[in-house]
Write a protein that binds this ligand. Sequence first.
Ligand code: MN
Ligand code: MN
Length: 454
Amino acid sequence: MYRKNAWIKNKDNIDQVMKFAEGYKDFITYGKTERLVTKEAVASLEKAGYKDAKKLSSIKAGDKVYFVNKNKNVAAYIIGKRPIREGIRVLGAHIDSPRLDFKEHPIYQKNDFALADTHYYGGIKKYQWVTIPLALHGVICKKDGEKVEVNIGEDPKDPIVGITDLLIHLSADQMQKSLAKGIEGEDLDVSLGSIPVDEKEKDAVKANVLRIIKEKYGVEEEDFLSAEIEVVPAGPARDYGLDRSMIAGYGHDDRCCAYTSLQALLDVDNLEYTGCCILVDKEEIGSVGATGAQSVFFENTIAKLLELSGDKNPLYGVREVFENSKMLSSDVSAGFDPLYPQVNDPKNAAYFGQGLVINKYTGRGGKGGSNDSNPEFYAFVRKALDEAEVNWQNSELGKVDQGGGGTIAYILGNYNMDVIDAGIPVHNMHAPMEIISKVDLYEAYKGYQAFLKA
Ligand code: MN
Ligand code: MN
């Protein structure tokens, strides 16, 4: 079902499309960080009968297992009827999203305000992050081994925080600057308080804020050194548009593909080839590090599966598994925006309502850094989607030399795996409020399921 409107196809199935979106809205409303998404994913996996692979001594066809890496990265598998060495079907999505992170020494006082210094994470248009309600999520790790979970700004009774911007009345100089320079990265500091409780105390406002934090969480200022506090948009995901066809929320990139990939795996059974959903961290900063797509974690999980299935040489076997595997890199695409048509080639753009988006390549400036899939594999994917009557479309990320971007596709491609990007079109990508279409979310779920069965 190439380039057909998915609302038309689903006109007798609207309740199902809307219901699926409700589950997703709950998922991103709770899952504001990679840690929270991991927690939620593990809870769903366990509820569906998946077992922690570390606790098993053998596996056989039909078994469902998962691995968790450092609380931020998950790999889940349904063991297929064929030997794992014949290859697996992978759905890979990332669960980190652009945001602002507290610095190691964040809290300071200036002119009777307590503020928190941040460093932004991922590619953001900085001016979008001021004068909006923000929440704080994360963990503070104490030297004694205790880990404190922070969550401020989501409960309607909680306070929120935020970042100020100049009033228009005094912005004569600022308004002459470019969008890139109007708000500087070093000025993305979060307001935390303004009451100087004991005026004789040095930095009394900051001291008061630290007292509040200590009362609530039992931590000292120095404990922020070993903390991970993420500043993210506060509040729940909401229906968007008078017809409720869309969802406004934070972190669609790439939690909409993570949710649909995970749900696809949870809702299939009796697979011919082993099915996998891997959710990775750090994509927005280059996929490097222990919990990113470039980590050996994924290889280790495959080696472990081979060992559990009785394979005599699991370490070499990993190479063979990868070479025989096929993957959809489940990541979002730039949705065609009627207000900015000039950045796209309209015949090769992703439209809201047309379903799952296939990107043969991403990259920038002559496909630089892109995975650029083989047409043999693309044909395999087309067949799987068309046979399952999934609405899908193709896209490239903007017209030639307009910009670009990347996903995790090339990383798995480097293992000699067949990989292609397949995701959901997004408006306002990387903004605090991103938008997707409910029907694209639903068709992506259907498409991922079709791929697992192919
Ligand atoms: Mn992404
Ligand atoms: Mn992104």
